[in-house]
Design a protein around this ligand. Sequence first.
Ligand SMILES: [Ca+2]
Ligand SMILES: [Ca+2]
Ligand SMILES: [Ca+2]
Ligand SMILES: [Zn+2]
Length: 424
Amino acid sequence: MTSTTGGARRSTATASCAIPIQACSRTRDSRTTEAAAGETPPTSLAKHVRIDEEALRTNARLAREEFLQRASEGPLAPARGASRGPSTGDVLGITLIIDFSDDTWSIPAASIDDYCNQLGYTGYGNNGSVRDYFLDVSEDLLDYTNYVPSAYYRAIHTKEYYTNPDAPYGQRARELIIEALTAMDDAGFDFSQYDADNNGTVDALNCFYAGDTWNAWAEGLWPHASAVDFCRDGVCTNAYQITNLGSNLRLGTFCHENGHMLMGWPDLYDYDYDSSGAGVYCLMGFGGFGTNPVEPCAYMKYDAGWGDVTVLSAPQGGLVAPAGTNVMYKCNHPTLSREYYLIENRQRSGRDVNLTDDGLAIWHIDTHGNNSNQQQTPELHYLVTLVQADGRWDLENDTPPARRTRCRTRTGGTAARRASRSWT
Ligand SMILES: [Ca+2]
Ligand SMILES: [Ca+2]
Ligand SMILES: [Ca+2]
Ligand SMILES: [Zn+2]
C-alpha cells in the first residue's frame, strides 16, 4: 500500500518492540527469532471444536511476532499495483538458498524444494507445500512452483558483512541476491523462463538465507520485501522477499509474501498496530502465519480472478455457499463501483481450522479504503472490513485480536438482505 507514514510505522513498531518477545531481539547475541517448536498452535482440530483460550492467546502472539518481524515490508514494499505477476496458469518462481562461511546451512536444499513444490507435502508439520496452498485456494487456477537450486549458494562475504547494521537497510541484502543471481547466470541459468505473463519482469523472487536473523529491526538482513533490478536473458527482476531459514519451514509468511508478489495483494493488517484490520480472517491479515495459514479472504480471490461470483441485485433465498470453495456473492453499491459487499462461507476446517469463529462472512469492500484506517468514517475506513454480526467492531477497536469477532451464521439470502441496508 502506498503511504506517507513510513516513519510513523517505524516508530510504532519500535515501540512495540519494548515488549520482550523473541521476534524483537535487538542484539546480535539474541539469535533466536523463531518461535519454539512447542509453541506452534494446534493445526488439526476437528470441525467445530473451538480453539481453547490458551491456544488462542498463543495464536495471537505468534501472529503478532511474525508480523512484527515482517513490519519492515510496509515502507519498503513496492507500491500497490506497481508490480504484479500472473495469478493464474503455470507460474514458476525462483527461490534462492544462500549460506555463509560463518553460518552454514542446516536444512537440506532438497527439503526446501519439497516445501515449495511437492504435492501432498507434510514436512515440518505444514499443511501442504506452497504449491499445494495456491492450488487449493485458487481451485486449481494457479499452479505455482519454484526453482530451488540443488545446492546452497555460498556467499562471497561472511554473514557478519551482510548483517552490518552500519550499511543502509536492504543494501547488502540486494548485494547478496545479485551475487547469487549472477552466479546462476554464469552457470547458464535462463531467466527468461521465469516470466509467465511475458511482461519482461521475473514473476517472483524469494531468498532464504541460512541461520537466524542476526539483526535488529530494519537493519542488515532483517526479513523484508523490496525490489532489486537484475537484468539477464531479456527479463529483469523486480520485487523480492528475503527471510532467514532458522530451523524450520513454515508456509504462512512465504504464502503471504508471494500473495504480494504474484497477485499484488495489499496487507490487511494495520501498519500502525492500533487496530486488527482483517484479523485472522485473511492470509493478508494475521491469518498468514504458521504451518497452516488461512484462506485468502473473498476480496483477494475476487481480485485474483479466482472467485465464482454471483451478483445479487435483489433479495434471494435458497442460495448455496459451500465452505472451502471460492463461491461468493456480490452486492454492488447502487452508484459507486468501487464499493460493494462480498459474502463467503468460512468454516473452521481444512485451511481455515485456525479461525476464531465461523459462519457467513460479509466483507465490505471500498477500493479507496486502507486497513490502517480503523476510524469507520466516510473518509477513513478499511479497504476490507469484516461486517461483524455482533456489531462490536472488535477488529477496529483492537480488543484481543479477533477473538470475539463473529461471522454471520445465517443463510446467504438473509445475510445479503441485511448487508444491503448498511452501506458505510
Ligand atoms: Ca542466462
Ligand atoms: Ca512477469
Ligand atoms: Ca490504524
Ligand atoms: Zn505483507
